[in-house]
Design a protein around this ligand. Structure first.
Ligand code: ADP
Ligand code: MG
Length: 242
């Protein structure tokens, strides 16, 4: 479903990603781990064409999006949902309008159909009765849920989540992680999330990769990583989960 091959990227005169290659099979949840500033967000943005590679390929469902025109890219993005770290909700719109926004922009659904779809995704993320509130009236965890609802409202075949637990307390971090797992299964998405929340990532991801010094330092299932003999992997997992 997703294939990254030999990806290199420099930003602000420094190398951020170097020879990154990996695959994500349909229905998987891949977690991208790494220290702060390791390049997790930059990598995630490549997967939706917000950043283009200097070298290498990013193939989504058979299409190399690295060199696609903006117009064609928009089509590919139609099937992708992106949950931004900061939420990126429109502060001046109520929750209903925030979630309905992609439907109004990209589909010709009637008012009634939009309403039904908004209700459906808000139910999926376990949020009801907040339609008329504005983002400022919601807690951090609820805002993440709204962001997730908006990310999947067009039916995301590929779901990308940037630090879905950042800024949340441990209980809400666990809840939103479980929710991402649940929603991914419900909608059948192929999901990539970045995280510094190693405990939750190990719990819900089908596979993980750790980026360090621009490269993939380790890749595997939670079990494979825990059993890894690589000193960096052990140090990383221990520091992050202790
Ligand atoms: N638009 C940009 N211009 C210059 N440097 C950037 C830009 N975006 C990210 N970087 C740099 O790339 C590196 C990786 O950033 P990022 O992917 O945000 O890290 P993280 O792993 O914390 O998500 C950092 O050193 C950051 O300063
Ligand atoms: Mg980041």
């Amino acid at each position: 479903m997703i294939k990254v091959e030999g990806l290199y990227k420099q930003l602000g005169g420094q190398q951020v990603l170097e020879n990154i290659s990996f695959n994500v099979a349909r229905g998987e949840i891949l977690a991208v781990l790494g220290l702060s500033g390791a390049g997790k967000t930059v990598l995630l943005k490549h997967l939706i064409g917000l950043i283009r590679p200097d070298r290498g390929e990013v193939i989504i469902n058979g299409v190399d999006i690295g060199s696609l025109s903006e117009e064609k890219l928009l089509k590919v993005r139609h099937d992708m949902g992106y949950l931004f770290q900061e939420g990126a909700l429109y502060d001046f719109m109520d929750i209903y309008d925030n979630v309905a926004f992609p439907l109004r922009e990209h589909t010709r659904l009637s008012k009634v159909e939009v309403a039904a779809r908004v209700r459906e995704v808000l139910k999926l993320v376990d949020l009801q009765g907040v339609e008329s509130k504005i983002p400022g009236e919601l807690s951090g965890g609820m805002k993440k849920r709204v962001g997730l609802a908006r990310a999947i409202v067009l039916g995301a075949k590929v779901l990308l989540c940037d630090e879905p637990t950042s800024g949340l307390d441990p209980i809400r971090s666990r809840d939103i992680s479980d929710l991402i797992c649940h929603v991914s299964r419900q909608i059948g998405s192929t999901t990539v999330m970045t995280s510094h929340d190693v405990g939750n990532a190990l719990r819900i991801a089908t596979r993980l990769l750790i980026i360090n010094e621009c490269r993939i330092a380790a890749e595997g299932t939670a079990r494979q990583l825990k059993e890894s003999k690589e000193p960096f992997v052990q140090e990383f997992l221990q520091a992050a989960t202790s």
